[in-house]
Every structure is written in structure tokens, then in C-alpha cells.
Ligand binder design. Sequence first.
Ligand SMILES: [Zn+2]
Length: 116
Amino acid sequence: MTGFHLDGENHWVAELECGHRQHVRHEPPWMERPWVLTEEGRRSRLGIELDCRRCDEVGHAVAEAVREALAAAARQAYEDAGLSGLCAEGRWELALDALRSTGLTSAIHRALARPH
Ligand SMILES: [Zn+2]
């Protein structure tokens, strides 16, 4: 957490190092965060890490996109190698090569461009 501000409804919002923001409400008995109510309490939390839900979602989306791109590339290489008459070992080798050489940049960009 790098800072705090109030939103339009007077709820405290933590500003995170990653650039995202996350509500840090004090709503007893569901959510106990008495520290958020005082300037001193908030200052004492600066620098403390808060898991960012949005970064988690983005991370999962990117991981999923990378997995799909690699699986598709490996499957394609395996099929192509089969069509050109390679044995199982040769097909496996080409599938591995595809995993190593497939560009992932566009899949990652597409995943990041989707709304989260
Ligand atoms: Zn984040």
C-alpha cells in the first residue's frame, strides 16, 4: 500500500504499488480494519503488502492464455509432423520444439487487453 484516499461514498481506498486500487473498509463485524479510520493507522500501514485481486485476475488470464497458445502450438506441430510421416518420437520432438519457439507476446497482449 502506497497511499490512501476516500472514494465518492466516503469509503477508504488503498493505493497499491502495482497501480491498482482496492477498498479497505472498516465494516465490523464483517471486516475489522479500525486502523483505516485514523491518519496514524493508515500511515502505519504504508509499505505493507496487500494481495491485489485485480493483479491476481490478470495473472490468471495471462497464464491461461499462455497455456492455450502453447497447447495449440504443440498440437499443431504434432499433427503436422504426423502428416509428414514422422514416428511418435519425431512428432513429440517437433511438439517440444514448438513449445520452445512459439511466440507468446500476442497471446499475452490479447489477455491483457481484455477487460478484467
Ligand atoms: Zn494490482
